[in-house]
Design a protein around this ligand. Structure first.
Ligand code: FAD
Length: 382
């Protein structure tokens, strides 16, 4: 069975939490942002990202020589939790800070580490994920985008879809086929590329989601000439590298705290109408949140130890996404019967946003069915 180590918060982490709350309260009071119920995907504000960079809250766990702050992973966890709890506009830097930077640190050239990582840590460089394609989502090995060697580097051709934030990103990590599959083994022959999105031949078009926000994109690569050092890591090792990236992507608090802001705003009015049913619902939500937080912290600890806990991350995402959906359903049922006149300002808009983004939770970063398959395989059941 899966072991989740116990990561603890030290006194500095508690002090950091207080600093964050002070910063967020000041930002809210000055109209710096309006809370969002899907803040880490849909609410992008580069100016807010730069403010976070100036506070030292991006690239926290990376070495100082690359613009990082050499902080323990628990401190980064605190920042993540507080930003999500406030519904702050963190989408612009989220992917770069969460996974691309760490990936560059692991696989990038010295030049890429020195030029790109400090800009990410300053909140000035954003990145996107180029895995999915129109015909390849869950079945990622079916991608058709290719990169072929040229005299000067590589030529990239193909189409990526659903890439969050590609329209404001500076780079995308693109998974491409560099050599044919070996029979039924399609995971060989794939490689990752760090692609500068300002290069000629790249066309990015926004896609609107159910709520009308164009936060993700389709990206066309039309014979894009890449320099030789765009190859990230080892040629042919793209599949394994992607799986490592997904462990970073799936286990964080954003997999169960996305709609916490709605819960927070709704609790006072629900408390005024407390009855046995509502008390049980709130109790069960909080109990589940505590368990998931402990598990997510455990995965953060494994990542800090240099492990790649793909299955443990899949467990967090599968359970977290279910809880997020349950929270919104439970809130709707708890608020039913309470007059709108009693709802605090902004709650109706936040709840609407949460409901419209709900279908995304169990799709983005790998669907629930795929995660269950990964877990079943680990248990020897597939
Ligand atoms: C909001 C959002 C943001 C996203 N951001 C990005 C991004 O930044 N970069 C990126 O590359 N991608 C991104 N994605 C794409 C996401 O990773 C894919 O949507 C996801 O992997 C599913 O792929 P698909 O949409 O092609 O669905 P499909 O793979 O076609 O799946 C359709 C349904 O069939 C089920 N299914 C498929 N195969 C199996 C199986 N073997 N067993 C059981 N059930 C199965 C799935 O669970 C799902 O319910 C994003 C998606 C969303 C919704």
């Amino acid at each position: 069975m899966f072991q989740f180590p116990r990561l603890e918060f030290d006194a500095a982490a508690h002090a950091l939490r207080e600093d964050l709350r002070g910063f967020l309260n000041a930002e809210l009071a000055s109209g710096g942002f309006s809370p969002s119920a899907d803040c880490w995907v849909s609410a992008a504000d580069p100016a807010f990202s730069r403010k976070m960079g100036a506070q030292g809250w991006l690239g926290m766990v990376w070495p100082r020589e690359y613009g990082g702050h050499d902080c323990p992973v628990a401190h980064r966890f605190v920042v993540t939790e507080e930003m999500l709890a406030a519904g702050a506009p963190v989408a612009a830097h989220w992917i770069a800070d969460r996974q691309t930077g760490t990936h560059i640190l692991r696989y990038g050239t010295e030049e890429q580490k020195r030029t790109i990582l400090p800009r990410i840590a300053a909140g000035e460089c954003f990145t996107a994920i180029g895995m999915s394609e129109p015909q390849a989502g869950s079945d990622l090995a079916a991608i058709r985008t290719t990169a072929q060697r040229s005299d000067t580097g590589w030529v990239l051709s193909g189409r990526k879809i659903w890439s969050t934030g590609a329209h404001y990103s500076h780079y995308m990590i693109v998974l491409a086929r560099t050599s044919p599959a070996e029979g039924r083994n399609r995971q060989v022959g794939l490689s990752q590329f760090l692609v500068d999105l300002s290069l000629p031949g790249i066309e990015i078009s926004g896609i609107r989601d159910l709520g009308g926000t164009p936060h993700f994109n389709e990206t066309l690569f039309d014979n894009v000439e890449l320099p030789a050092d765009a190859l990230l890591g080892t040629e042919g090792n793209g599949w394994a590298q992607c799986m490592g990236e997904l462990a970073l992507e799936r286990s964080g608090p954003e997999r169960f705290l996305t709609s916490l802001i709605v819960l927070e705003q709704a609790l006072p009015v629900i408390a005024r109408h407390a009855d046995e049913r509502r008390a049980i619902e709130v109790g069960s939500i909080l109990a589940n949140l505590r368990v998931l937080r402990r598990m997510s912290l455990g995965v953060a600890e494994m990542l800090e130890q240099g492990e790649s806990p793909a299955t443990a991350a899949a467990v967090v995402k599968e359970m977290g996404n279910r809880l997020e959906n349950d929270i919104v359903a439970q809130l709707r049922s708890m608020l039913a019967g309470i007059s709108f006149a009693e709802w605090p300002d902004g709650l109706e808009a936040l709840l609407r946003e949460a409901v419209l983004h709900l279908p995304s939770n169990t799709l983005r970063g790998g669907t629930t069915e795929i995660l269950r398959g990964i877990i079943a395989r680990e248990m020897g059941m597939r």
